[in-house]
Ligand binder design. Sequence first.
Ligand SMILES: Cc1cc2nc3c(=O)[nH]c(=O)nc-3n(C[C@H](O)[C@H](O)[C@H](O)COP(=O)(O)OP(=O)(O)OC[C@H]3O[C@@H](n4cnc5c(N)ncnc54)[C@H](O)[C@@H]3O)c2cc1C
Length: 549
Amino acid sequence: MPYQQAPPALANQYEDDRVLRSYLARVCPRETLSEIEPSLFEMGRLAGAELYELQLADRLNEPRLTQWDAWGNRIDKIEVTPLWQLAERIAAEHGVVATAYEGKHGSLSRVHQCALAYLFTPSTDIYSCPLAMTDGAAQTLIASGNQELIERAVPHLTTREPSEFWTAGQWMTELTGGSDVGSSETIAKQEPGDAAGQFRLYGRKWFTSAIASQIALTLARPEGNPLGSRGLALFYMETRDDHGRPHNIEINRLKDKLGTRKVPTAELTLNGTPARLVMGATDGVRNITPLLNITRLWNGISAVSLMRRGLALAFDYATKRVAFGSTLSEKALHVDTLMGLQAEAEAAFQLAFYVAELTGRHEAGEPDEHDAWLLRVLTPVMKLITAKQAVSVASEVLEAFGGAGYVEDTGLPVLLRDSQVLPIWEGTTNVLALDTLRAIGATQSIAPLLATVDRLFESLHDANLIALSRVALAALNHAENWLRDAQAADRSLLEAGARRFALTLGRAIELALLIRHAQWSQDHEQDRQATNSARRFAQSAVDLIVDHS
Ligand SMILES: Cc1cc2nc3c(=O)[nH]c(=O)nc-3n(C[C@H](O)[C@H](O)[C@H](O)COP(=O)(O)OP(=O)(O)OC[C@H]3O[C@@H](n4cnc5c(N)ncnc54)[C@H](O)[C@@H]3O)c2cc1C
């Protein structure tokens, strides 16, 4: 018989996920866990079976823009792929957004929702993108206190009923900048007869993902407002008119992108698009912050979920691929390579879900000042570090398949292409590193983070883990000293080191969280796998800071 290669396969993606299950067992009271687990088993089943199969079958389909009908009418119709159509229904029915708003489990509702998103994301071709913005738009509208808009949109954004479900876009980036949005050129005009708060927007938006969404939150400068970010206002718009056509919006083209190719990302022109002020006629960038915090959380959850998918496939393949007389799973070096990636993914997981916990506590009105500081600082840190890890893990995952990892119809290369967007959108690594410095702001010190890590280590008693904890503490102390010296020195030194500083914070807190979990897992599950991951992670580069002299 000639050699036949069995493809990698996926089991139930919840049942099979030691890291997720062990984490939930630690953070959830037993009763909560038994209430949420059926939904996770079901999503894990879908993700490993129907959705994954459809994803492979749907590989070559892409969204389509039809600008004109046969009779010369401008229609700008967007058709999304079959998997995206199904994903919308499944996301609504399974509450991938709604769970966070139903609040059945208090602050843990956010953790439950993130667990659903983590299982759903890798099998649905980045449908997480519109869901993230939908969740962020709901948060932003709720935070705005604009009762009319809350009543109009939030029930649609947070429903489980597919026919009622709306998704939202976030239209910020213009040709002038995605990072530097303060230079946006879109103008908001009030015309005779327009009601108070009602404007028409004129301008070009350069990256607008999930263009098929029913609503969008966007930024524009009311006529007469000053230049810069303060002069921008936050607007709410419904993207279609009564005939279902883009409402005074011309979709100029869809972007031809490296990855996220199922996400319709458009360049468009606003030609007097009706829009309503969300809260005040200035400070739009500040007012849209709740949306960015949520999309950054989703970015981190997506990063860990894509790492998990790559590794689930790679570990399975290792049991099926034979080289030099035995399976790859019997080659010490191949296993060592995969375990190194597993350590990265596991550390990233702990941080992404820790930020989900902090977010949940914030939403439930529970956080003290300390938690609020942590959430503000760790959101950009978590987003930037997990995105970088996702790209590097995806690249190694492809290599773990040899030539097959480079071949499109295995469905593997898309993991790398899709991961590569994670460090770019929702704030690039540098932009978020600078945001981390801003977040630390008045404190001028990471003392609250050091205090948190001390608390995480309080119940350590395994000698190996205690030794590893010193690596995290040393990195954080180095970061604290560097920050103090850089603040006293030239501003450009502080800026130049911001990325290494933020990456170091990210890796150190990941290690600390992983060590804390490893101790729990030893004590409650008699399992040393997380300990092994912590040991590997501690021996990778944690401290990336370069001193000034
Ligand atoms: C697939 C995709 C979908 C997207 N969808 C949307 C969407 O739906 N809505 C939306 O609003 N935007 C969207 N974007 C845009 C995205 O958010 C921006 O591209 C991103 O924020 C970066 O902005 P920019 O392209 O202007 O890059 P620039 O800001 O020009 O950045 C170029 C480089 O300069 C660095 N840099 C910038 N400022 C500084 C600084 N002060 N110090 C040091 N380094 C700096 C950056 O880190 C980067 O490496 C999407 C982008 C992609 C790729």
